[in-house]
Design a protein around this ligand. Structure first.
Ligand SMILES: Cc1cc2nc3c(=O)[nH]c(=O)nc-3n(C[C@H](O)[C@H](O)[C@H](O)COP(=O)(O)OP(=O)(O)OC[C@H]3O[C@@H](n4cnc5c(N)ncnc54)[C@H](O)[C@@H]3O)c2cc1C
Length: 266
């Protein structure tokens, strides 16, 4: 199948891109690495009248060290993989984001904005208390990951807004990451990540989830073991789909939580 016809724009600046989005509203879609959007276009599951290609917006590309890491939305996953100053859990998660070819085109901003519940970046953002900078012609706003990530393919982005930057506050310390995937490079069936005393699971339900009770257990000095596994299993809000039943996701998710905490404290 071929995509439905659309008007194509390749703005040279953020201002020009925001003008286009302001003018075309929900008729328009931003195009980043195209790794999720292009297949949707080809299958006609998305039929925007206007595509705004962000490739030339160099101001959205690259990483700055300023009170932690500030990652431009158009930074490709493969550019990050070459750095040696990432939080440990990001370093551990990146090789699981599809295959190298996908990471070589796909962007951090695209992955967050697309909000696949099985994707690694929304879970990392939630785990690391990241903050998103969103821009439109109406102004700029800062949104914590908790409010950015809403549900499957849904974020708080308005049609005229772009995600421009992700801020990860200073994030050294202990980390663990694990996911179950059918084949290397597939989306996760279930995943878990740990950063110090923060724990998140993903691919378990409609959006990634922080496990508050399990985190309180760690804060009280609890560590990996049957008690943590039981708390996590109770707490994970799992849903079923064609890939796995909810009970599987709860059980395996709890085991992965135990594993990532073990990794972090080993
Ligand atoms: C075979 C395959 C396997 C994959 N496996 C995984 C995996 O295991 N884990 C994983 O996380 N991902 C996986 N992906 C998805 C991949 O990581 C995508 O690159 C990513 O989800 C989207 O990034 P992109 O830059 O390609 O965005 P695009 O596809 O260009 O855009 C995706 C969506 O985000 C919007 N968007 C993009 N950038 C912005 C912005 N700056 N502001 C506002 N909206 C924006 C677009 O309008 C579109 O709706 C896989 C993809 C494929 C094809």
């Amino acid at each position: 199948m071929k995509s439905a016809p659309f008007e194509y724009h390749r703005p040279e600046s953020l201002g020009e891109a925001l003008d286009l989005l302001a003018r075309h509203g929900d008729e328009a879609k931003a195009l980043a690495g195209g790794q999720s959007l292009v297949p949707l276009l080809a299958m006609r599951l998305a039929q925007p009248a206007v595509l705004v290609d962000l490739q030339r917006l160099s101001e959205l590309r690259g990483v700055r060290r300023e009170e932690g890491l500030r990652i431009g939305a158009m930074t490709r996953q493969s550019e990050l993989e070459r750095r040696d100053d990432l939080p440990g859990v990001v370093e551990q998660a990146l090789p699981h984001v599809g295959h190298f070819q996908i990471r070589n085109r796909g962007t951090v901003g695209g992955s967050l904005a697309h909000m696949d519940p099985a994707a690694e970046w929304p879970a990392l953002a939630l785990l690391l208390d990241a903050e998103m900078t969103l821009a439109s012609r109406r102004g700029t706003r800062l949104v914590p990951a908790e409010d950015f990530v809403i549900g499957p393919l849904t974020t708080c982005l308005e049609p005229d807004e772009l995600l421009v930057e992700v801020h990860i506050p200073a994030a050294g310390g202990r980390s663990g990451f694990a996911e179950v995937e059918r084949r290397s490079g597939d989306f996760a069936l279930v995943g878990a990540a740990c950063h110090n005393q923060a724990i998140a699971v993903f691919a378990t339900g409609a959006r990634p989830q922080r496990l508050a009770e399990a985190e309180r257990f760690l804060a009280r000095g609890g560590r990996a073991g049957p008690e943590l596994t039981a708390i996590a299993e109770r707490e994970i809000e799992a849903t079923a789909d064609i890939h796995a039943p909810a009970a599987y996701r709860k059980k395996v998710g709890a085991q992965l939580v135990n594993r990532v905490v073990e990794q972090a404290w080993s």
